[in-house]
Design a protein around this ligand. Structure first.
Ligand code: IVH
Length: 667
């Protein structure tokens, strides 16, 4: 059926064309509806005729829900970083150094924006995208090809006179709009929002399920071409060519012949970046001629022919309207500054965190002060300074509150801690609701269908006042709530029933004991095996467990000393939650690796990396992320990074194979 093959080819070419018009050129020629119709046609034809399958068909952009770990791939050219500069003097030093090394021969500097996302290297063979690899440690990175294929502005197939083999590098990022929509959706689903677009982009790229990545509006600018047969000897010309082949290249770049032109570009974008629809954190300067680049060469870490200039964090200047106090699930009270709205680095800011009483004092914050705000790595921006010259006469100093704003209980301050706490854990509403929210959250009991809003309604109807009450909810009570249908109500009840199978370690984490995070909960569950043992453990027994210090031990003991908590545990037991290790878990546990630390690297034949790590923990060992003097063993798999091996050798860390590891645990 050659005509079917031809039809498929034509449809693919048409979809690629419209995709490029929309995502790269921003000039759609057909409606979204028409595009979807064409795509549907293609998907159907491909399903009926699997003999014409092609990994780079535009239909592959929707991703797949196959979960797989990323393979480590060595970069053909190491992925280096750039030296940073922070002022004009340092730029001038860079410029003069180049001038000197090129013995006063003329040179051009290409100025580009420094996109604040996550770096990617794309390899193309014969015009087809064959691999996409993250930066990793610079020597090798994760093969994230399946995820990258879902990014619509990255061409899967090239047009024109491209070289048969080359790599192009760039930055994957999330524009502001996409970031806000994503975080809104996460909030509604009761998931933790991403701190900034960079984290969101990096997190998205590392998701296991590419069909979920396909739903994230990621974008990509390509800014660096590598290969043996590049079209031009000039960097800027190569990017122009790349754009003709279908890549999205940086729209704002300038070839400069003098240092003054460079400064002009920097100064322009220092203010103009506020109007970009995505984050940039600086400017990148590159020598234009590849031949001159070669002569300038590299240091161990970065090229001598390029450098980045980092902008100072953008500051907003606005007025403090009021300081309000929020009570979290553990009772910690956080002061929040409510501000007159101010536009800062792409978004409108109305609130800033003040963290604790000490920070308010150090800032010497007064009512209605004019303040400077900055966005750091966190979601909520922070106040970095106060304009004392603008203070209104007679303004009062901002005082930390003495009583809980939610339940009026006098606050306490624990010695040596900066935070104030509301001690009324039993009935202070945000603490009660917060504990329930934590209990049902994805990493804890993972109960589908209940969001924070539902918890709030259930609490206000007085259907629930602790986590045990969740299990007494009836479908009738649930359907009585706003916007809750029969189906959702039944789902929730089924979800609660299913949660009775969630293992002991997660139940322990779900209880929300202060300082007992996922890892600590796992350690406690394996060490004590049953909740009774844990409840009766004393300081000595607790601190004997690896990684459990006095602070955690004290918190665990205080939790179980509380009569209400003991009563709650009794109820949970009665309901049927897992409050001890299952027989299967018990059988799998051993102390064969107790006291030993491992780093796992490369790929293995009998299990995945995560499975191997889980085995280490089950046998009492500890996983470390990098090789250090604290490492006892490096378990070396296939394609292990040479840098890890070298480091292990240098530090005399024992390097063992998969088989040797298996012997250690009698597998
Ligand atoms: S060129 C050898 N150009 O900044 C030169 N990098 O600190 C390779 N970045 O890892 C990098 N925008 O992730 C280059 N226009 C741009 C860039 C850029 C952002 C990132 C990139 C790199 C890091 C260097």
């Amino acid at each position: 059926m050659p005509h079917i093959g031809k039809e498929i080819q034509e449809l693919r070419a048409l979809l690629n064309h419209h995709n490029h018009q929309y995502y790269v050129l921003n000039e759609p020629q057909i409606s979204d509806y028409e595009f979807d119709q064409l795509m549907q046609q293609l998907i159907e034809l491909e399903q009926q005729h699997p003999e014409f399958a092609d990994p780079n068909s535009p239909s592959q952009r929707v991703g797949s829900d196959i979960n797989k770990e990323f393979e480590q791939v060595k970069h053909r050219y190491p992925m280096l970083s750039l030296g940073n500069t922070y002022n004009e003097g340092e730029i001038a030093d860079f410029y003069n150094r180049i001038s000197k090394q090129l013995i006063d021969e003329p040179f051009e500097i290409v100025c580009e924006l420094k996109y604040d996302g996550t770096a990617i290297g794309l390899s193309y063979e014969n015009g087809q995208l064959i691999r996409a690899v993250t930066r990793g440690d610079g020597v090798q990175g994760d093969d994230v090809t399946a995820n990258v294929k879902t990014i619509r502005s990255i061409p899967l197939i090239l047009n024109g006179d491209y070289p048969s083999s080359f790599e192009i590098r760039g930055e994957i990022f999330l524009p502001h709009k996409g970031f806000e929509t994503l975080n809104q959706a996460r909030n509604e689903a009761g998931e933790a929002p991403f701190a900034n677009p960079r984290n969101a982009a990096a997190g998205s790229l590392k998701m296991q399920n590419s069909s979920l990545v396909a739903k994230r509006p990621l974008d990509c600018f390509l800014y660096y071409m590598l290969g043996d047969q590049l079209p031009s000897n000039l960097h800027a010309e190569n990017l122009k060519k790349a754009s003709q082949w279908g890549f999205k290249i940086p729209p704002h770049m300038k070839v400069c012949k003098t240092i003054d032109e460079v400064f002009e570009f920097i100064n322009y974008w220092d203010t103009e970046r506020k109007n970009l629809p995505y984050d940039i954190d600086g400017i990148v300067l590159k020598v234009n001629s590849l031949e001159q680049q070669r002569r300038l060469g590299f240091t161990a870490k970065s090229p001598r022919w390029a450098i980045s200039y980092k902008f100072k964090a953008e500051q907003g200047y606005t007025q403090l309207k009021a300081v309000t106090f929020q009570v979290g699930r553990t009772g910690a009270v956080t002061p929040v500054a409510n501000l007159n709205p101010v536009f800062l680095a792409g978004t409108t800011v109305q609130r800033a965190s003040l963290h604790n009483a000490d920070i308010i004092n150090t800032l010497d914050l007064h009512e209605n002060d004019m303040v400077y705000v900055e966005k750091g790595g966190e979601i909520i921006p922070k106040i970095v300074g106060v304009d004392e010259t603008a203070r209104q006469p007679g303004a009062l100093k901002v005082q930390f509150i003495a009583d809980c704003p939610e339940c009026s209980t006098p606050l306490i301050r624990i010695d040596g801690e900066a935070a104030h706490y509301c001690p009324n854990a039993a009935t202070c509403p945000p603490q009660v609701k917060g504990r329930i929210e934590h209990f049902i959250s994805r990493k804890a009991m993972n109960i589908d269908g209940i969001g924070n809003e539902t918890i709030d309604l259930l609490y206000r109807h007085e259907y629930i006042k602790n986590i045990a009450d969740l299990y007494a909810l009836t479908p009738q009570q649930l359907t009585g709530l706003q916007r809750m249908g029969d189906k959702s109500a039944n789902n929730i009840v089924a979800g609660l029933e299913a949660s009775k199978q969630v293992n002991f370690a997660r139940v322990l984490f779900a209880l929300g004991i202060r300082y007992v995070g996922e890892t600590v909960a796992k350690k406690l569950a394996s060490a004590f095996k049953t909740i009774e043992n844990l409840m009766n453990a004393d300081m000595e027994q607790l601190t004997e467990v690896d990684e459990i210090g006095e602070r955690i031990a004290q918190s665990v003991m205080a939790y179980f000393a509380n009569e209400e908590n003991r009563e709650l545990i009794k109820q949970l037991k009665h309901i049927g939650l897992q409050l001890e290790l299952s027989d299967e878990e018990q059988a799998q546990h051993s102390t064969a690796l107790e006291g030993l630390s491992f780093v796992v690297s490369g790929s293995f034949s009998s299990f995945s990396r995560d499975e191997l790590k889980a085995l280490i923990e089950k046998n009492g060992g500890k996983n470390l992320s990098g090789v250090s003097s604290k490492t006892n063993y490096l378990v070396a798999g296939d394609k292990i990074g040479p840098s890890k091996l070298a480091k292990a050798e240098k530090l005399n860390v024992s390097i063992i194979s998969e088989d040797e590891f298996k012997q250690m645990i009698n597998l």
